[in-house]
Ligand binder design. Structure first.
Ligand code: AMP
Length: 372
């Protein structure tokens, strides 16, 4: 593990970003503010990020010659979604620095590896059991109990690739619903709320790697998609400290540089376990950190860019309370009413063409004077 950061890239340098969604777009905008350029590598045309970036490549993540040309044109590589194949990140790492580490990608994109990683590092998760060709769903149900939630190991996001089991009668249909893929069965835990932490690891004032943390938002979902993040979450100080410590352990053991999001289930009342269980991590900037764009001097996107460029991290201090609301699908069509109703609304639109159901089209932040 390293504790020194790479030499800071001078303004005018180019950051390569794998993935072309709204997170890449907001990273590119933050980079532009610092005089850094971005080159977006995406496997789909017309990406939200390419529109605001200096350069873009459309290519598959297994196209080694395109990845090679991309690497040659950038000074450092990062990513904005966690389903970039680890092999692509590892290949790029032979050519240019890649942050966060491909190991972080490997842990985050496989729910079973992620849970095992947490346990190895003394971090609590909901009770779970692997389900694959050799371990049957009915014996996992035996072990974990009901109600439970069956999640595919890979490629699940926004509630996709998962299904709930309330009784043993659901076993066959649940397994069919996720296409009999390798999965984990998780006990449904009676949490009080969902919270997250946005953490960053990068250059501290003495040039060594250090960690910093934004305040924890409380997150609510609709149809499996994040609906709202409200900050600060009503967490006791001890739990805020615990959330930070968990993020710190994850980042240091993954040799991490950049922004990391950790999603938690939080319990107010004793439930026979710790008051925070890790649900999942995202090795990237995160939707539950979008409030930082307007409630903090240096937001998650700028701090991620600073970290991967080897620049000193900016303050994560929050000057306001904030509520972030996602605009999903046709909700984006309300932009004019929203702005008319309240001139204080801070609106962010991702410039995506078609407002398909479930598609993240934009978000809005509302600020209040800081309460605590
Ligand atoms: P995930 O894709 O793992 O974030 O799960 C999507 C949503 O399902 C979470 O945000 C929770 O609201 C709910 N959920 C997931 N796992 C559990 C669990 N073990 N117990 C209760 N609710 C869960």
């Amino acid at each position: 593990l390293t504790d020194r950061v790479q030499a800071a890239l001078p303004p005018g340098s180019t950051i390569g970003i794998l993935g072309g969604g709204q997170l890449g777009r907001m990273l590119a905008l933050a980079a532009a503010k610092l005089g850094l350029k971005c080159h977006i590598y995406s496997d789909t045309p017309d990406s939200a990020a390419a529109e605001v970036a200096a350069a873009s490549t459309i290519g598959a993540f297994d196209d080694l010659s395109k990845l090679g040309a991309f690497a040659a044109s950038v000074d450092v590589v990062t990513y904005e979604f966690e389903n970039v194949p680890v092999s692509a990140a590892q290949h790029l790492q032979t050519l240019k620095p890649v942050h966060p580490s491909p190991q972080a990608l490997a842990v985050a994109q496989d729910r079973l590896a992620e849970k095992r990683f947490m346990q190895q590092h003394g971090i609590s998760v909901a009770p779970y059991a692997p389900v694959d060709a050799s371990a049957s769903l009915s014996s996992a149900v035996e072990q974990i109990g009901l109600p439970a939630i069956l999640k595919t190991r890979r490629l699940g996001y926004d509630g996709k690739g998962q299904t709930r089991l309330l009784s043993r009668n659901d076993i066959v249909s649940a397994h069919d619903r996720i296409g009999r893929q390798d999965a984990v069965l998780e006990r449904m835990v009676p949490f009080s709320r969902e919270v997250s932490i946005i953490a960053v690891r990068g250059a501290g004032p003495d040039g060594r790697l250090t960690e910093d943390f934004y305040d924890c938002p409380e997150n609510t979902h609709r149809n499996g998609i994040l609906h709202r993040s409200t900050v600060p979450a009503p967490l006791p100080r001890t739990d805020i400290t615990a959330a930070r410590e968990i993020a710190r352990i994850i980042m240091t053991s993954l040799d991490y540089v950049g922004v990391l999001a950790v999603e938690f289930f939080h319990f107010d009342a004793p439930h026979g376990g710790p008051s925070l269980l890790v649900n999942e991590i995202a090795p990237r900037v995160h939707n539950s950190g979008h409030w930082t764009m307007d409630a903090c001097g240096v937001d998650q996107f700028e701090n991620h860019i600073r970290a991967v460029a080897g620049w000193p991290l900016g303050s994560t201090d929050r000057h306001s309370d904030a509520e972030m609301t996602n605009l999903i699908g046709v909700e984006i069509d309300q932009w004019r009413e929203l702005l008319t109703q309240d001139p204080h609304i801070l609106l962010h639109i991702y410039g995506k063409g078609e407002a398909r159901p479930g598609r993240k089209m934009g978000h809005l932040n509302r600020l209040q004077p800081r309460s605590a």
